[in-house]
Design a protein around this ligand. Sequence first.
Ligand code: NAP
Length: 331
Amino acid sequence: MQYRRLGRSGLRLSELSLGSWVTYHNQVDSAAAREMLAVAMDAGINFFDNAEAYAAGQSEVVMGEAFKALKWPRLNFVVSTKFFWGLSPRNDPRSGDAVNRRDTLNRKYLMQAIDGSLVRMQLDFIDLVYCHRPDPLTPIDETVHAMSDMITQGKALYWGTSEWSAAEIRAAWEIADRHHLHKPVVEQPQYNLFSRKRVEQEYARLYEDIGLGLTTWSPLASGLLTGKYRNGIPADSRGAMEGMGFLTKSLGDAAKGEAVAKFEAIAADLGCTVAQLAIAWAAKNPRVSSVITGASKLSQLQSNLGAVDVIAKLTTELVAALDAISVPLAA
Ligand SMILES: NC(=O)c1ccc[n+]([C@@H]2O[C@H](COP(=O)([O-])OP(=O)(O)OC[C@H]3O[C@@H](n4cnc5c(N)ncnc54)[C@H](OP(=O)(O)O)[C@@H]3O)[C@@H](O)[C@H]2O)c1
């Protein structure tokens, strides 16, 4: 496992990391999480990604219980969480604070959200906190001050954004620069063989201009790049889970399925799985600080960790072959 600086910051993350979206609490309980985190750490992973919204806070609880049981020195791991959606029920008139605690990056919500995450994760501070989505209704200035204050108060160490536009990221950075506040150091976008434009085109100027780091999500496009959706949606997969209907179109896309078959042939020539190939491809981009992987089973994690050995095998010719298949289909 190699370690990379998170953009221009001094923080070094493992090139592969592990996240908990969909899985923790729903598919992975505390004992299984503990086992997976231990295997990840043994393989050199030092960064674990989470969010307040995952399983409505329960993903943070599961990860916090696992950290407690593992008793790792706090210096040895980096953990993140993200804020935006809040925990209040949507459209519930009894939830008097819903206006201030849902789909927002306002100061009131953010300053209370960090306290809730610290309690659920049983931690004194969180290394990386993200604004999980942009909030067009809150001035960016208000959000930047709140995120910077979380750091000044010692509740977080670094902050960043997730799925913000290049213009929004630059505006946040410039506000922080102008007011001598803690600047955003990282963006967390989707990045995989079917989702490339934001990382490769939209953010292109930000890497040098503001030293933006990237922790990228869904390297397997939610499992599509494992090949397991080529004959329909398996009953034990994410695609069959309640609430995941928004993935059906992409997972069943015939053109993407054909592309996956071509990626499988390239993977077979390399002696790896198509999932390892897809994860290694994302990690091959030097702008990426860490590729956040996901797994619902220990066996998936163990197999996916093999991607580390595939990164060096991705020659310029192989990357060009993958590009020829991927680029026409990529958003
Ligand atoms: N910032 C954001 O907005 C955002 C959004 C999404 C994710 N994320 C972060 O990024 C992390 C990774 O995203 P992701 O979970 O979507 O990653 P992914 O790698 O695209 O998908 C992971 C899922 O694919 C399936 N899978 C993985 N390896 C497999 C294998 N070898 N064989 C068969 N199936 C396999 C598993 O689902 P099943 O077994 O259930 O099919 C697993 O949970 C998340 O945990 C989260 O921390 C962030």
